[in-house]
Design a protein around this ligand. Structure first.
Ligand SMILES: [Mg+2]
Length: 267
């Protein structure tokens, strides 16, 4: 059955009206435009306003991101939102950031791996983003991203093995993480359980968001929640993100429009 766009938006509204309900969102590529340098990314005032207003009407509006929690907080400003950083490894609440204890032993290993990477890979434009407990290695700004990707992947595979870290791939970047079972999926389940959600909408744009979609869909399959996943499109949307989507939004601009509409429609 093909649903019209308006039907889908109304369905999202119905789900969030079935309280206690929650909205969980990614940041980059979802509520902030993808930009050449991650430090230049911003969340617009309009989107912040919509999310903060929705947070007063829903049990929770959570931001679950691969960014570090401090960076995510600085992008969102003073807010009513629950911020979960580093793919579920950092929880920010009431002005305090709690780092999952099982990831702490890997901080030194990550730093050593990144030191080696920066001394051995000399491709102009490669950006190593050390996020404390995880790291992102971006090749978007290199002259030949395909070649860079190959070289960086080979090096990172070796380093991941050597230091006992996990290597994952995103849009024009790789990530190194501790080998712990914490990801956007485990974070989303914890949020759903903690707030006793009966229904939940998730928005994301990349491969790591699929963990959240699948985990929440698992809760829905067990009858615990009603769930809807929204994929935000960009020029480089991974196929798996599309496969897991119940609804599509065309870029951050349409996300802004959707959130404004949700906020004005929701009681
Ligand atoms: Mg993203």
């Amino acid at each position: 059955m093909v649903r019209s766009v308006r039907d889908q938006w109304n369905r999202a509204l119905d789900i969030l009206g079935n309280k206690p309900s929650g909205l969980i969102t990614d940041i980059d590529g979802t509520i902030s435009e993808l930009v050449a340098h991650p430090d230049e990314a911003v969340v617009t005032e309009e989107i912040k306003q919509s999310l903060n207003s929705l947070a007063k009407k829903l049990s929770v509006v959570a931001v679950v991101t691969g960014r570090s929690a401090p960076k995510a907080i600085s992008m969102l400003g003073t807010s009513e939102l629950l911020v979960v950083g580093n793919h579920g490894m950092e929880w920010a609440e009431n002005g305090r950031i709690e780092v999952a204890p099982e990831v702490k032993p890997y901080t030194d290993k990550l730093n050593e791996a990144l030191d080696k990477l920066s001394s051995e890979i000399r491709i102009p434009g490669v950006l190593i983003e050390n996020k404390g407990v995880t790291a992102a290695i971006h090749y978007r700004q290199t002259e030949n991203p395909d070649d860079s990707k190959r070289v960086i992947f080979a090096k990172l595979s070796d380093l991941a093995e050597q230091y006992g870290l996990i290597l994952t791939e995103g849009k024009m970047n790789f990530e190194l993480r501790p080998p712990v079972n914490l990801n956007k999926g485990t974070a989303s389940i914890r949020i759903a359980e903690r707030y006793n959600l009966k229904s939940c909408v998730f928005m994301g744009d990349d491969v790591t968001d699929v963990d959240a979609v699948r985990s929440l869909r698992g809760l829905a399959a067990n009858g615990k929640i009603v769930f809807m996943s929204i994929a935000v499109l960009s020029g480089q949307t991974p196929p798996v993100v599309l496969e897991e989507a119940d609804m599509l939004l065309d870029g951050v601009r349409q996300v802004a429009e959707f959130l404004r509409w949700l906020d004005s429609s929701l009681k």
